[in-house]
Design a binder for this molecule. Structure first.
Ligand code: FAD
Length: 405
């Protein structure tokens, strides 16, 4: 291969480029970046960066000189179409990049809020550095904040807003926070913590309208009939994979760009990874799965780079994830889909808890709050089919950190 073109310079795209050089690939690497900054990490956008604890430079993966030194061309442009016949990525500027292999790392965009008033001033999704920069000065002045969606990003933001002194209301369609991703036990712990920080939850509640005055949001009308005054509204109701390029090029799509175990799309000259890719996930019964996490973007990036450098292997990495909310850190190893049996370790009063999620006798995932040792142990244990059973885990004195398979 002489020319590898990567569309999208987020976690996944940057990792492919870095790993290609680490693997010894010496050909051309063009990394197409459609955001107006050096490539940066997203997790601080809803945490340290919003709190003013770190500046924008600290979010960058690497300084500009690094890309020059590594011979990674940062192309400030946007992929507009793929000419698969001639292996060319056509760019929005009218230029084109010829490829021997194309990597689609286009990520996802926020699911839009489809209610009247969603485009008023003071209403934000939180996905890009531009979002965070527009939001931060308003947050400093906001007195009443409404958060729509009690997923990870909504809750991270709720904790930041509460810490900034605002009164925070969280509207959530489901019955508990982070219901899609964590156990009822862990939801309960985080619900109680947020409530102690002054966050008020309204479950089984949708937003029906955002009321404006002079183009700015002033209130949220909730489906329970309440009118919640708001000077800032932030929504986090999920994301939609950026599949337009792939779709128009005729690649197979199924909740993301469909890839095989080697992360190859339905065109053998095109790979896809990260938030935009649907891959057969070992930990989810090899069902097509799309994960939204740094771990997934990074590990898939390494795997694609290794394959392009001549070392192919199927993707089997264990999914893991973290979220920081207020003073609490939640870490998850594995995927808990289908769990029907939970064993809780630790001390709820001290907010130091691990929830072991089993399907029958099989350990699927471990959620740890304030128990980093458990999380690290869980990543080792889950890396191979684990032999830990609920009976053993529930025995008095059981410690995950010292358990040996
Ligand atoms: P992205 O990082 O979204 O990058 C995709 C890039 O492609 C973007 O720059 C996009 O503009 C660009 N692009 C799109 N279309 C085109 C095109 N046609 N041409 C060129 N470029 C294009 N994960 C965790 O594990 N832990 C966390 O605590 C955590 N916190 C998060 C907080 C926030 C606020 C957000 C938004 C995400 C968070 N995540 C977290 C998720 C994590 O950041 C993503 O899973 C990860 O960034 C995915 O990487 P990616 O490269 O696939 O996509």
């Amino acid at each position: 291969l002489n020319s590898i073109v990567i569309a999208g310079a987020g976690h996944a795209g940057v990792q492919v480029a870095l790993s290609l050089r680490q693997e010894g690939y010496a050909g051309r690497i063009a990394l197409v970046n459609d955001e107006p900054w050096l490539p940066y990490q997203r997790p601080p956008l809803s945490k340290a960066y919003l709190l003013g604890k770190i500046d924008a430079t600290a979010m960058q993966f690497r300084p500009a000189q690094f890309y020059i030194d590594q011979g990674i061309e940062l192309v400030a442009d946007r992929g507009a179409a793929i000419d698969r016949q001639n292996r060319r990525l056509l760019l929005a500027s009218g230029q084109a990049l010829d490829y021997d292999h194309l990597v689609l790392a286009t990520g996802a965009h926020n699911r839009p809020l489809n209610v009247p008033g969603a485009t008023l001033g003071g209403v934000f999704g939180l996905k890009t550095r531009a979002d965070a920069e527009a939001l931060a000065p308003l947050l400093a002045q906001a007195r009443r904040v409404v958060v729509i969606g009690a997923g990870f990003i909504g809750l991270e933001f709720a904790a930041v807003a509460a810490a900034a002194g605002a009164a925070v209301e969280v509207l959530e369609l489901g019955e508990r926070p982070m219901a899609r991703a964590v156990s009822p036990q862990m939801s309960a712990l985080f619900r109680a913590a947020h409530e102690a920080w002054g966050v008020n939850f309204r479950f089984r509640t949708a937003v029906s309208e955002i009321e404006g005055d002079n183009g700015r949001a002033v209130a949220v009308l909730a489906s329970d009939g309440e009118r919640l005054a708001a000077d800032l509204v932030v929504y986090g109701i999920g994301v939609v994979p950026n599949v337009a390029l792939a779709l128009e090029a005729g690649l197979t799509i199924d909740n993301g760009i469909t890839v095989d175990a080697n992360l190859l799309s339905s065109d053998p000259h095109i790979s896809a990874l990260g938030d935009v890719a649907s891959f057969p996930c070992l930990q989810n019964g090899e069902r097509l799965t799309r994960l939204e996490s740094v771990q997934n973007a990074v590990d898939q990036g390494r795997l694609i780079a290794a394959r392009l450098a001549g070392k192919p292997a199927p993707y089997t990495a264990l999914p893991w994830f973290w979220t920081d909310q207020g003073k609490l850190k939640l870490q998850i190893a594995g995927l808990a889909m289908g769990a029907d049996n939970h064993v809780v370790l630790g001390d709820s009063a001290a907010q130091q808890v691990s929830v072991l999620c089993f399907a029958g006798e099989r350990l699927l995932a471990v959620e740890s709050c304030g128990r980093i040792g458990d999380h690290m142990a869980a990543r080792k244990i889950l890396a191979r089919p684990p032999a830990l059973t609920p009976a053993v885990a529930a025995a008095p004195g059981f410690e995950l950190k010292t358990w040996e398979a």
